[in-house]
Design a binder for this molecule. Structure first.
Ligand SMILES: Nc1ncnc2c1ncn2[C@@H]1O[C@H](COP(=O)(O)OP(=O)(O)OP(=O)(O)O)[C@@H](O)[C@H]1O
Length: 188
């Protein structure tokens, strides 16, 4: 496969109080398998919007997204969710951890939703990979920003994604715990 992600003539507008705000207009690029890529731009330029479209979290206004050979624009919401489930890991800018669940439980949620077995040891192994095996019983608010981000990374890796999207991945540095080498494609 030439590209794991192919974006063609992508556009996105939001409607605010009856007025259209054009955030993305005619965006074109491809991401090669095995590569690490960064999307860089000023605040408000549309990076989060673009990542959401690439990951199939949202629909574009114009153009197309092809993820791992699948044209997302032609799919229903449920079909897109299934494609995300099988292909995508996503680390949100604000991590989106569930505040009433512990770090371990947060990582267990997607495993449980997929009906997997042995979810506790599996989630513990993922937390171990990001250096947080001993913090599984902590709630998100009891963790630092970088630790919360690593819990979010562990959760994002739980479906062994083919492509990992990370919104603002460098706001917390951690040289001791780089992203595990199992990820083939990394977009941030
Ligand atoms: N759901 C929405 N409805 C209306 N406007 C939105 C929505 N989401 C984003 N926008 C607008 O789209 C623009 C791009 O937002 P986006 O979050 O993609 O930018 P960004 O480059 O990720 O910004 P930052 O670096 O500050 O996080 C902003 O002006 C924002 O106000």
């Amino acid at each position: 496969m030439d590209s794991i992600l192919k974006i063609s003539h992508l556009g996105k507008s939001y409607q605010n109080a009856g007025r259209a705000l054009v955030v993305l207009d005619d965006i074109n690029f491809s991401i090669s398998p095995g590569s690490t890529n960064a999307i860089v731009g000023p605040s408000g330029s549309g990076k989060t919007t673009l990542l959401g479209l690439c990951a199939g979290l949202d629909r574009s206004t114009t153009g197309s997204v092809e993820l791992n050979g699948i044209a997302l624009d032609k799919l229903t919401e449920d079909e897109r969710a299934e494609v995300r489930n099988r292909n995508v890991g996503f680390i949100f800018q604000n991590f989106q951890l569930l505040p009433t669940l512990t770090a371990l439980e947060n990582v267990m949620v997607p495993l449980e939703l997929r009906g997997e077995k042995n979810i506790r040891p599996c989630a513990l192994e993922l937390l171990d990979k990001v250096g947080l095996a001993d913090r599984g019983h902590h709630y998100p608010l009891q963790l630092s920003g970088g630790e919360q981000q690593r819990v979010s990374l562990a959760r994002a890796l739980s479906n062994q994604p083919k492509i990992l999207f990370a919104d603002e991945p460098v706001c917390y540095g951690d040289v001791d715990h780089p992203v595990p080498g199992q990820i083939d494609h990394w977009v941030s």
